[in-house]
Design a binder for this molecule. Structure first.
Ligand code: C5P
Length: 445
């Protein structure tokens, strides 16, 4: 094996926190694959990581090669694959892989791997790499429900989480046999979302993701509401839910407890989030009113319909031969954000920080930002995240925002992936929460 096949030619040097790459572009990502049938799904994960610009090194456990062979990993990652600590001994590969990684992802992580890592064992190349690395580690477990629920696994997961490992909850659904329950590997896209959230997150001095939202209950609305006209037609908007999902993933990575109010979003629930599905603006208004008193932060990222049909026809609206079109009378929906600000003003149990989003376009009267300043003052939310949607924002992976306070003053700007924007919004939330505490004399919520 040539030494330049190794992840780094600078022998023995651990990458310091400052040297580590933020985000996935150019990051060295070590992907561990354990011996479970879900190993095949990791192929999509590796593809996604490579497509995001990461330098991927796959370390399969020997047992996993029974499911997916080394050739698959070499072809997808464009790097050679080793599994044993006795390969490339002269290059100390078992140490360097872990040392040089900016991020480590294990998918699927079996019960056995969780137990070995908890014990600090180094009996194969993957376990050795995990013992050496100081980079953030994400584990996506997959196993039968009985194994996941066994007290030994529960304890191993708890200990690993306490040590700062991002152990995702498995998805609930059909397992390998006829049984179903918690234990499925989350979909590769979901794992990738969490990996992005961890990769872009702010870090502490040791390089671990800052847990500045630990214990905070964060309520996030995402997606776009759907206003029914009749049993088959509805009014909706172009919101994909991506920004709301990125906020949920980012908040989870930073230690928050997240409730996601999903307005017609067809995506897997972020691992560890509690989800409530809603359809119309009125459903969302009811869900927010029920939930906001039990949350510390409210982030209204959903695109909520401003108008809804006054009646919903029980039968499909018919077209006749006259060529005429039906009248569709509309009425205003409740402004949930303004209601939430008002409820707090009236002394109801409320989030300490309330965040709104505003999609704005400029016109002859004013620029998008000027319109947004007026909206910030009207709505009174602690933070208004404004994006200029004159460009191609909906469904895109990128975003550019300005953050305004309730007086319309600009606090900060952020541009980049929706994950990077999510973290910038959360940075502002953390600051707002600290200011709110200061104003109230430092009492704990
Ligand atoms: O007024 P506009 O729709 O631009 O405001 C956008 C912000 O207000 C978003 O945070 C959105 O979730 C929220 N909103 C709301 N209720 C509505 C309309 C928008 O809470 N009926």
């Amino acid at each position: 094996m040539a030494s330049d096949d190794l992840p780094c030619a600078a022998a023995g040097s651990a990458r310091s926190h400052a040297e580590r790459v933020r985000g996935l572009d150019g990051a060295r990502v070590l992907v561990g694959v354990c011996g479970g049938i879900a190993a095949y799904k990791a192929a999509h994960l590796v593809r996604g990581l490579v497509a995001s610009g990461a330098q991927v090194h796959v370390v399969p456990t020997p047992a996993s090669l029974q499911f997916v062979g080394a050739a698959t990993w070499e072809a997808l990652s464009h790097h050679p694959v080793r599994t044993s600590v006795f390969e490339d001994v002269d290059q100390v590969a078992h140490v360097r892989l872990g040392q040089e990684a900016d991020l480590v992802v294990v998918a699927p992580a079996t019960a056995d791997l969780l137990a070995r890592v908890r014990m600090g064992r180094a009996d194969d190349l993957l376990a050795a790499g995990l013992l050496v690395t100081r980079a953030p580690v994400i584990m996506a477990p997959a196993m039968h429900t009985e194994m996941w629920e066994h007290p030994a696994t529960r304890e191993n997961v708890e200990v690993l989480r306490r040590r700062g490992v991002h152990v995702m909850d498995p998805a609930v659904g059909r397992l390998t046999g006829a049984d179903s329950g918690p234990g499925r590997l989350p979909e590769p896209e979901s794992i990738l979302d969490r990996v992005r959230a961890v990769a872009e997150a702010p870090r502490d001095a040791e390089g671990r993701v800052r847990q500045d939202l630990a214990g905070q209950r964060v309520l996030i609305s995402a997606g776009g509401t759907r206003e029914d006209l009749d049993p088959v037609r509805y009014l909706t908007n172009a919101s994909s839910g991506k920004q709301g999902w990125a906020l949920a993933e980012a908040a989870l990575a930073r230690g928050a407890q997240v409730t996601l109010l999903a307005a017609t979003v067809d995506r897997e629930t972020p691992s560890g989030a509690r989800r409530r599905d809603v359809r119309s603006a009125e459903d969302l208004a009811a869900a927010v009113a029920e939930e906001r008193g039990q949350h510390d932060v409210l982030i209204m990222a959903a695109a909520v319909a401003d108008f809804t049909p006054t009646t919903r026809g029980a039968a499909k609206i018919k077209k006749d031969d006259s060529g005429g079109v039906p009248e569709l009378p509309l009425r205003r929906t409740p402004d949930i954000l303004a209601e939430s600000v008002q409820a707090r003003h009236d002394g109801a149990p409320s989030p300490r920080v309330i965040v709104g989003f505003a999609a704005e376009t400029g016109d002859d009267a004013a620029t998008a930002l000027e319109h947004a300043r007026q909206k910030a003052r009207r709505k009174g939310a602690d933070l208004l995240v404004v994006n200029d949607v004159s460009g191609d924002v909906f469904g895109s992976d990128r975003n550019a925002v300005h953050m305004l306070d309730a007086t319309g003053e600009e606090l900060s700007r952020a541009e980049g992936s929706k994950t990077a924007v999510a973290h910038a919004v959360l940075d502002a939330v953390v600051e707002c929460a600290a200011e709110a505490l200061d104003r109230r004399g430092g009492d704990v919520p």
